[in-house]
Design a protein around this ligand. Sequence first.
Ligand SMILES: Cc1cc2nc3c(=O)[nH]c(=O)nc-3n(C[C@H](O)[C@H](O)[C@H](O)COP(=O)(O)OP(=O)(O)OC[C@H]3O[C@@H](n4cnc5c(N)ncnc54)[C@H](O)[C@@H]3O)c2cc1C
Ligand SMILES: Cc1cc2nc3c(=O)[nH]c(=O)nc-3n(C[C@H](O)[C@H](O)[C@H](O)COP(=O)(O)O)c2cc1C
Length: 627
Amino acid sequence: MSKVLKMAREDGRRFLILYGSQTGTAQEVAERIARDGERVHMACPVIAMDDYPVQNLLHENMIIFVCSTTGQGEEPDNMKNFWKFLLRKNLPPGSLSSTAFAVLGLGDSSYDRFNFAAKRLHRRLLQLGGSALCEVGLADEQHDLGQDFVIDPWLKNLWNILLARLPLPPNRKPLDPEVPLPSRFEVLSVENVRSVLGNDNSNQPEALSKGQPWSLSNPFHAQIKANTRVTAKSHFQDVRLITFDITNSEMIFRPGDVALVQPQNLEEDVEGFFSFFKLNRKKCFRLRPRNPECPLPLGLKVLLEKHKHGIISLEDVARHYFDLRSIPKRFFFELLSQLSKSPREKERLKEFTSAENQDERYAYANRPRRTLLEALQDFPESSSSLKLENLLDLIPGIKPRSFSIASSQKHQEGELQLLVAVVKFKSRLQKPRLGLCSNYLARAENGSVVPLWIKKGTLRFPSLKVEAGHSTTLPPVIMVGPGTGVAPFRAYLQEVIFSEVFRNRERPNFPKFLYFGCRNEKGDFYCQEEYEEMQKIDPEFKLRVAFSRDQEQKRYVQHLLREDAALVWDMVYRRGGWVYLAGNAKQMPKDVKAMMEEIFVREGGQDMADYLDVLEKEGRWQMETWS
Ligand SMILES: Cc1cc2nc3c(=O)[nH]c(=O)nc-3n(C[C@H](O)[C@H](O)[C@H](O)COP(=O)(O)OP(=O)(O)OC[C@H]3O[C@@H](n4cnc5c(N)ncnc54)[C@H](O)[C@@H]3O)c2cc1C
Ligand SMILES: Cc1cc2nc3c(=O)[nH]c(=O)nc-3n(C[C@H](O)[C@H](O)[C@H](O)COP(=O)(O)O)c2cc1C
């Protein structure tokens, strides 16, 4: 532990930072607060809410919470248990009466439930008697200058409050902002692996899955059975239907559930990293956190645990941990400028770190989607002298990606399928931009293994009960799933139409409508034959497809809904139907929602303007959208 942290602890100048983060942004902000704290001689452990021993909570004097919102207004996975604990009925109202807190929320106002997790957390902490240091901060990704537009002034205000409560001791000055803090990591070099491992010097990661429950720290290694391009070769978009063998995994999933995939870096990035850094890729080492109160990032912990004696090589880290394709954030430029020994590069890097120059940083990094590896290469004099611990501080870990499961376990036993749109696009930079996980999956060959696990999705379908040889009837189901948004609906349709459950039994009789959207019939109308087969078996299944580019006027799913307005109204209002929407969250969810509202007013009158809210409360309007 550094001298600063030791002294801060002795002085009692300590507060706790807890974060809830789905894709790492809130975690990075939490870590930034801790670094700012260290500069004013405060000890601030940073811990994911679910990693924090919650029984200690009542003894904390001051806590700063940073949390994002995910799904449709949900808490991130790594704060779910903590949140459940806070909601316990047996927690007395004054439980947190000696705790001061502040909540910073990260969200995106294009989602209906903007910053819900942070707002709820703030309210609940107040209910439990906590005293708020300041208003809840609500950062918005939609702002032109990104979330920093809210985060910067919110933090400035917070630091004024914190320093008034925990002033600097008279004999101490804040640390020079130009000087880097000691690394968060201690790298323990292992010169001779054989001396540690004895004769057994195989240091390969264990690819064996240990058994349920599957998670990031214990993923199931699923073998690829088939990886088929389902769009025409000539079509601009490569979409894959990937079949995984999950026999012996004991995984159970239902339509609407989601698979998480932990990708690894693309080969060209691993090679690009080593050819730029000229480091010995076989160099072996162990790692531990400099501050024992702050655990290692989960991705690193998992990597260490997979290797014998926790010894890993630089190549392991470059391949499995460093997120070389992520967009460099402000902290990256800040730390690189502090570490830089090149006056020219240092100046430019510093420019990117100031709040006034956010737009320049956006123009350099975010808009063209420049990768972190490219940014390191753009500042060669600064990057070339970096040590391993600097790289560990600079480069965040690769995050898992979610995919709606596209198959039904009841139909395709022992298998799990994903429909993956491969992300590849042009920016003003010369090389095409490649999404990490979708390209990792697209390149995975049959027989290769992919670490994955399952989590409950937000979509819930009306439940099917099969009793004594006949099944109950169900309300109508309307599913709107353009592009790969169709994945959860394919799973549901397989389950209720193809499933073996109905062999020798009466199939439930209820209308099912699928509104699918794609560019052209010949290019990307994937799974067409399967839907035709479904229609043959089940006359109550209706497929409507909007081909956006097969005619002069663009035609999307919402246009089909408008054409079917009377039918939609009948199914939903008169027959108690359920409506679902899934897919890419750009303009589509807004347009579909607006169309549903228009239909309800047109068919039911002005009184029905808020009918979608009613449906949502009843769980009959559900969305799963992603950006
Ligand atoms: C609940 C859930 C379910 C999902 N289900 C599916 C599914 O069934 N199928 C599926 O394919 N995906 C699905 N996704 C999305 C998936 O998780 C990944 O986000 C997606 O595969 C891209 O990941 P990547 O690693 O390839 O790209 P990344 O390396 O993460 O890069 C993606 C980034 O590139 C940006 N981007 C993409 N295209 C462009 C463009 N043309 N111009 C500018 N920027 C662009 C995006 O905004 C995004 O920020 C789902 C997501 C969630 C949250
Ligand atoms: C799949 C998905 C769902 C999201 N849902 C919401 C939401 O319901 N409300 C909101 O305010 N922001 C939502 N967001 C935006 C995130 O909260 C925002 O991007 C945040 O910066 C992510 O932080 P994290 O990386 O720490 O999870 C969502 C983002 C994604 C990718």
